[in-house]
Design a protein. Sequence first.
Length: 84
Amino acid sequence: MTATPPAAAPAPGDGLVRVGGIVFVVGAVATLVTVAPLFLGTEPFPTVAYAVSMLMGVGFLIAAAGVLRSVAAQRRQAKSARSR
């Protein structure tokens, strides 16, 4: 019988990466929706729809902040392990 390893505790920044990914996907879908009328020859969407498309970049920045936070925590952990 094999034992299942315990789940690792979430690292600092994991939540930011997850939220950033979700916001990025919402922005990507909004981008596809706002570009579709250009190819279909229909009426373009209002300006608000284009503003929602900017969430793609915001999501990327949130996820990048999470990665940087995780890197900083790992560096602190490694530094404290070396000083022991």
